[in-house]
Write a new protein. Structure first.
Length: 417
């Protein structure tokens, strides 16, 4: 179940493999963010902190100008070796109650939450409970024989399953976790093999829904509870969760998502379940109709928590280092392509797909990360592993120049002009 898309841009380049959160990546065997075991990170020096990343620098001024023009509401954060360099918050988390966005506000992640599912699977691989070459039928019943016998966990995580995404009921308003889970399982079992396994697939929802089902089958708990304990809990991500609609309505630290309507107005998605997005790529969709985000997708996170995730990924907290390197290692080459930001033709040095996230090299720097878009929200987290930077962008309005903000972040960190 994949709501990602954005008006007037190449959806695959923005949010899929090779997308905005990263035209970039980490090579197999490269160190991730975090100090080597037993060594403290050195204090940043003036040479470590590019001027464009500092408070009052070019990136800070750019985001402030967007907020002043009502083109951005949310949080941006830059961290270097675990130390916050820039943290800015703009706009309202809940206009009706007069609650402003702040560093501790949790935003809807959409596809930016998909990599948590891959981490969950790799934790089970690490424990010997699952093998990457296991087929779907090794752990799950009810799939067509050609899927059960041919499609492997590696195919699903690397977006090479050859599967399609079944049609969704976008008008349905879900009322419980159990209802969401049952619907998603039934939906995933309707997937069809449309290309031979090993064929790259285009942002297919079943590629994330089926691994989530495998996590549940092997762990004996729900996907949401497993990830909450073993990913968010291990990383110290105390403000991050798969919040339910009642929590979204009442918890003051969760940003409401404001959808642009055809008449130009913005409406609060979770308070207006009868309203949908008029965007042709999101037509009729409203994230508030999900009682909880579907297994394998979404969730809500704060900017500091996403930086904690990056740190835990690098220091062996959430995955042993070999498995963290496997997670971010280049799997599928994308070939020559631009970064895909605002149509600019600055080429990436290399662009690949990892497990549920794009990976590559930009301006000589490794970059991994993921982005997501839902009606009324945008989310991006980028890890620059060789230089110790992490960048986070979280917003709760439509009509944000998302590509350009991500590009400006990359410019600030890497010095690319």
């Amino acid at each position: 179940m994949d709501p990602d898309s954005v008006r007037g841009i190449d959806r695959r380049r923005l949010l899929g493999w090779g997308g905005p959160a990263a035209a970039g990546a980490v090579a197999i065997g490269a160190p991730l963010v975090g100090a080597a075991p037993g060594h403290a990170d050195p204090a940043p020096t003036g040479r470590d902190i590019p001027p464009d990343t500092r408070p009052g620098g070019a990136y800070d001024r750019y985001v402030a100008s967007l907020a002043a023009e009502d083109k951005f509401s949310g949080v941006v954060m830059l961290s270097h070796r675990g130390r916050t360099v820039l943290s800015r918050s703009y706009g309202m988390a809940d206009t009706e109650r007069g609650i402003r966005n702040h560093e501790g506000t949790a935003f809807n992640l959409s596809s930016a939450g998909k990599p948590f599912g891959a981490v969950a699977v790799l934790q089970l691989v690490q424990r010997g409970k699952v093998k990457l070459w296991d087929t779907v039928g090794t752990h799950l019943k009810g799939f067509a024989p050609e899927i059960a016998e041919q499609v492997t966990i590696h195919h699903l995580l690397s977006a090479t399953s050859g599967l399609n995404s079944p049609e969704e009921d976008l008008e349905r308003v879900f009322q419980s976790r159990d209802e969401v889970r049952e619907y998603c399982e039934r939906w995933a079992r309707q997937a069809k093999l449309v290309s031979p396994p090993g064929t790259p697939t285009e942002h297919v929802g079943s590629d994330v829904a089926i691994p989530a089902m495998i996590v549940e089958a092997v762990s004996g708990t729900t996907y949401w509870d497993y990830v909450q304990e073993h990913v968010f809990g291990r990383c110290g991500m105390t403000g991050t969760a798969f919040y339910t609609r009642p929590q979204w309505l009442t918890d003051e630290h969760i940003a409401h998502s404001y959808m642009r309507q055809a008449d130009g107005s913005r409406v609060d998605a979770v308070r207006n379940l009868d309203k949908g997005s008029p965007d042709p790529y999101q037509l009729g969709r409203n994230p508030g109709r999900n009682f909880i985000d579907p297994p394998g997708d979404g969730g809500f996170a704060t900017a500091p928590d996403l930086i904690r995730f990056a740190t835990a990924l690098g220091d062996g907290t959430v995955l042993d280092r070999p498995y963290a390197e496997l997670f971010t290692g280049a799997k599928i080459p994308h070939g020559p392509r631009t970064n895909g930001f605002a149509g600019r033709a600055t080429p990436a040095d290399a662009s690949f797909g990892g497990y549920t996230l794009p990976v590559g090299i930009v301006n000589g720097q490794s970059l991994i990360g993921r982005a997501g878009v839902n009606p009324g929200s945008v989310a991006s987290w980028n890890i620059y592993p060789h230089t110790g930077w992490v960048g986070v962008i979280l917003g709760n309005h439509d009509d944000v120049p998302f590509q350009e903000i991500i590009e400006r972040e990359i410019q600030a960190v890497t010095g690319r002009r």
